[in-house]
Design a protein around this ligand. Structure first.
Ligand SMILES: [Zn+2]
Length: 257
């Protein structure tokens, strides 16, 4: 099979080119969570030619996931999401390395999972897990791209430790679960994950290409009312995480998600 023109549409772009494509080929991306966000972001980075992708999720595919899940269908119900998504990615692009782990991410294993990773794409469904990821990424200086969706609404922000604001610059502590809208308690229109993931992965590709300059912007989008905001987030001089190197979420041993 001749695959020489696989990336032609993006190597034609001056923002990527052949040199950028080689950088993507040499990059390793970790996708945490293979739900509405992670399955869709994993598909895009695989099609873009990111050379090594690892998927992490402990859940089983359920019929109720198919309304919003990328890549998966009825035959996958009952299988581990990470394994089923990995299989789908390999069909899309056999020239990249795809690995998966069926584990619950916790303070006990997250630092090992980050070993050798250039970028993390957030596909979590809860805020405490994102605070754990933020602590681990800031401690090990690994960029990640926050993304969250619920109802008609979603948001995303790229985080480059010690250069842009981190999640704890934005909000020092996670808002308690009972005050947070989630897909579980608010439902989810199936168009918003793809809209948010498109912005999230674009930020991720820019980070891998060394093209994300300037401060971080928190982008929010309500896809039903078509309300879009982009807010510059400044680093907190006194941020407990990225300014004072305190990582309390890494001390919590019980699994968070
Ligand atoms: Zn911070």
């Amino acid at each position: 099979m001749d695959t020489s023109d696989r990336y032609l549409r993006q190597t034609t772009l001056p923002e990527i080119g052949d040199i950028g494509q080689e950088r993507l080929r040499g990059s390793t991306v970790l996708v945490v969570g293979c739900g509405a966000l992670g399955s869709n972001s994993a598909e895009i980075v695989a099609r873009a030619g990111v050379g090594s992708i690892t998927l992490v999720d402990s859940d089983i595919v359920e019929m109720g996931n198919l309304q919003r899940q990328g890549l998966l269908g009825e035959p996958d119900v009952g299988e581990h999401k990470a394994e089923a998504v990995a299989r789908a990615l390999q069909r899309i692009n056999s020239e990249i390395e795809i690995d998966y782990k069926v584990v619950r991410i916790s303070a006990d294993n997250i630092e090992r999972l980050l070993h050798g990773v250039d970028l993390v794409l957030d596909g979590f469904d809860n805020m405490p897990s994102r605070y754990l990821l933020n602590d681990a990424c800031v401690k090990h200086d690994i960029p990640w791209v926050f993304a969250a969706v619920a109802g008609m609404f979603g948001m995303t922000m790229p985080i480059i430790p010690h250069r842009t604001a981190c999640l704890r610059c934005l909000s020092p502590d996670p808002v308690p679960d009972e005050f947070v809208l989630t897909a579980g308690n608010a439902g989810l229109i199936n168009t918003i994950p793809r809209a948010i993931v498109s912005m999230q992965v674009t930020s991720g590709l820019k980070i891998l290409l060394g093209a994300l300059d300037g401060p971080a912007f928190l982008t929010t989008y309500d896809i039903w009312s078509n309300q879009f905001t982009s807010l510059e987030i400044e680093r907190g001089d006194d941020c407990p995480c990225c300014a004072r190197a305190q990582y309390p979420f890494l001390e919590q041993i019980p699994p968070l998600s």
